[in-house]
Design a protein around this ligand. Structure first.
Ligand SMILES: [Zn+2]
Length: 747
């Protein structure tokens, strides 16, 4: 990844001319903000100071305690009660038009799960997480046992095979050892390398396995990493990583309403036709329950990189160990609830900045998602307070508490599908916060056009250490790159992560609606993901004991939202976008030929020995590269004329509306109404996700090239080129409506 040096606006000079030292505004020394005229920038700086002073660690902690006091699974009575609580709080805080929206979706709730080893010895799996001293919440009777969202129901007794991480190359290896998993039960670990559990389930289903057991090996998130709960942040012996196995990489949301909203009474497709419902039984287990199974396995010794952190030799199995699995699910239709509130814009109420966090948790949701929910509640309290004191944003802020994210990004997807047309005409951007904090290292994601404004914003926030968030972000990113042996140094232009996959609520907005998105989170050592141990105790002892990162998240989220809401000209940088697209295309060419050794995510593995062709031999990439150059040149010119217009101090409101509506349209133009081949719901041609949830750039083109399907690749290349041409035309038009050289800075 690499960020181009964008054209910085030089509006600081203009401000200098307007203010004399000693004037009160000068003392605030906010000299320039992307998208603002000098005077608007100093007003904005004053608003931001007021805003940032409101969120407090004590309130963050109080809210976090409320949300983590009980398990609150999607659609559960407690989660619905929390929806009403949020709505009440928002009304009191002064938010406008607070409503709770209902979606009737295909339910997935466990009635009963059971696992036992029947040979060579009997062992009945606990499937429960035992309490640890000091954490009373773990004695809560309503903590669920082990289960996987969207597991099929059924019962089977069969031999057990250890299939490492459950990725296609693992089964390929088993085949080479003469081990077939058809009709058998596979035991796989969660990570190493990481892949989304739904991808593991699909892979096992395609291999003909009867069921899949997914366990947490201590080498990945347990005692091999460090101290475990209650004396450290890593996962203890009994921790179970619950989670859905939904095939939402095919189509997210309610499986029975692909592409439209599950409002009460909506049309539904038959269950058998739903592409995102798995047909395999799945169960997540702790290493406590996996250990006796692994210890009794026969068959060849597993290779060195398949060995895990338990003090035993891992074998491939297949004969001696037989297990009995039973899963009974309740799949009746059930309501999910999305809470929606807004701060109506004072000047441009029909331009929206959408902010969201999911509310549903596998258990208490200490990190995931209640840290984000607490930050959202402090964000809305602060925004409400500003609005009450007369500081309404120019544009409208829409805030949403999603339901059923954990099941299949369900609430946000249904809401996005319901309001897709309105969003396509009104929405500026979506800012997602899922896990606000599991530690101190900031991770910021943005589509490339918004990455510069994200980086700029972090310069104005103070990190608990006293550094700016910007400095802390650069340091932790440099450390991570060193540790993962990436050669790339850290610069302003590659700091933000512009490779956006799936796995959270931004998906519908980016991939279906065509909105620019940002995603924010602080991360640290975290071994209790989706387990009961991810709770208030964990957060207040390990994740963020002082709730200072929660507070910082509320501040950052709000400042970003207020900048987008108040900007004179929206701070999109299309030169930066173009350079990013060029990089994606170059990587497509460079990576070709390596795929023989790489896992073909989402596709059956290609047999070795099959020929590899470079895309450039089969496809003429020159027209796309030329189109990228043109788009970059148009973007640079727009950056320059926008800077000049802003520096002039005043912008005609009609002209501003033209520019802003035009720049909002650019992201929409990356949508292909037909979607990417085989996955019509995913319409964005620059961003997609692999079946593993990993980011996938230029998804339609890349997948066609990986399959060596040159006819499709040519079509996809032409779609990309055409979108670049359209956006270049649009940006050039906008550029010609802005004043030329004559309107220079300084008056
Ligand atoms: Zn989450």
């Amino acid at each position: 990844m690499g960020f181009p040096r964008l054209m910085r606006p030089f509006i600081g000079v203009g401000l200098f001319l307007l203010l004399t030292p000693g004037s009160p505004l000068f003392a605030q020394s906010q000299t320039s903000i992307l998208g603002f005229t000098p005077s608007a920038a100093s007003r904005q700086a004053a608003i931001e100071e007021k805003f940032k002073a409101i969120p407090s660690p004590d309130e963050e902690r109080r809210q976090h305690h409320i949300f983590t006091s009980e398990p609150h699974l999607a659609g559960s009575p407690r989660n619905n009660e929390l929806a009403r609580y949020i709505a009440d709080e928002w009304r009191q805080e002064g938010l406008d038009d607070v409503v709770i929206r209902r979606y009737d979706v295909y339910g997935t709730n466990p009635k009963r799960t059971f696992l036992e080893m029947v040979a060579p010895v009997h062992y009945r799996a606990l499937l429960r997480e035992l309490p640890v001293p000091g954490d009373p919440d773990l004695k809560n009777k309503s903590i669920s046992s082990a289960w996987s969202g969207m597991s099929a129901s059924g019962e089977v007794t069969a031999p057990l095979v250890y299939a490492h991480s459950g990725n296609p190359e693992d089964y390929e290896f088993l085949r080479q050892q003469g081990i077939d998993v058809k009709g058998k039960i596979v035991l796989v670990r969660y990570s190493n390398p990481y892949s989304y559990r739904g991808f593991k389930a699909l892979t096992a289903e395609r291999e003909g396995a009867a069921a899949i057991l997914i366990y947490s090996d201590p080498a990945e998130d347990g005692f091999k990493k460090g101290r475990v709960v209650p004396s450290g942040p890593w996962g203890p012996e009994y921790h179970i990583q619950r989670g859905a196995i939904t095939y939402d990489f095919m189509v997210p949301g309610d499986p029975l309403t692909p592409g439209w909203a599950s409002v009460p009474g909506a049309k539904r497709i038959p269950v058998e036709e739903a592409k995102s419902i798995p047909k395999i039984m799945a169960l997540p287990i702790s290493w406590h329950d996996a250990k006796p199974l692994l210890a009794n396995m026969d068959g060849p010794l597993a290779p060195e990189n398949w060995q895990g952190g338990l003090p035993l030799k891992y074998h491939l199995g297949g004969k001696r160990v037989r297990v009995h699995v039973k899963v009974e699910m309740d799949n009746s239709i059930q309501p999910y609830y999305v809470v929606e509130g807004r701060i109506l814009g004072a000047q441009l109420p029909d331009e929206w900045i959408v902010l969201g966090n999911h509310r549903d948790a596998w258990v208490f949701g200490g990190v995931d998602p209640s840290s984000g929910t607490a930050s959202m509640m402090e964000l809305t309290r602060a925004l409400g307070k500003l609005a009450k004191s007369g500081m309404r944003p120019r544009r409208t802020l829409v805030v949403c508490s999603w339901d059923g994210e954990e099941v299949g990004l369900t609430g946000s997807t249904e809401w996005g599908e319901q309001f897709a047309d309105e969003l396509r005409s009104k929405a500026v951007a979506y800012i997602n916060v899922d896990e606000a904090t599991s530690g101190a290292d900031f991770h910021g994601q943005a589509v490339a056009s918004l990455a510069p404004m994200l980086v700029e914003t972090t310069r104005t926030l103070k990190e608990p250490s006293g550094k700016t968030l910007y400095e802390a972000w650069k340091e932790s990113t440099a450390r991570e790159r060193r540790e993962s042996k990436q050669a790339e140094g850290v610069t302003d232009w590659n700091l933000a992560d512009t490779r956006i996959g799936s796995g959270s609520d931004h998906t519908v907005f980016l991939n279906f609606v065509g909105m620019p998105v940002l995603g924010l989170g602080f991360e640290g050592p975290y071994g209790v993901y989706h387990s009961a141990y991810d709770d208030f105790f964990w957060m207040s002892h390990f994740g963020d004991p002082g709730y200072r990162y929660h507070t910082l998240m509320s501040q950052l989220w709000g400042v970003l939202a207020l900048r987008l809401a108040n900007a004179d000209l929206l701070p999109f940088d299309f030169a930066s976008y173009a350079a990013n697209i060029r990089q994606f295309l170059n990587e497509l060419e460079k990576d070709q030929g390596k795929w023989g050794d790489k896992t073909m995510w989402g596709q059956p593995p290609r047999l070795s020995g099959q020929g590899e062709a470079r895309p450039s031999q089969e496809l003429d990439l020159k027209p796309i590269l030329d189109a990228i150059d043109d788009f970059e040149a148009a973007g640079k010119r727009l950056n320059e004329s926008v800077s000049r217009a802003l520096a002039s101090g005043t912008i005609d409101p009609k002209l501003a509306a033209t520019i802003n509506h035009g720049t909002m349209q650019v992201e929409r133009n990356w949508l292909n109404p037909d979607g990417i081949p085989g996955r019509p719901w995913f319409k964005h041609i620059l961003y997609g996700a692999r079946y593993t949830y990993a980011h996938l750039e230029l998804p339609g083109l890349t997948e066609a090239v990986e399959k060596q399907d040159w006819a499709t690749a040519k079509q996809q290349a032409e779609i990309l080129r055409q979108a670049l041409v359209n956006n270049t035309k649009l940006v050039n038009q906008l550029n010609s409506s802005l004043p030329g050289e004559k309107a220079d800075a300084g008056r």
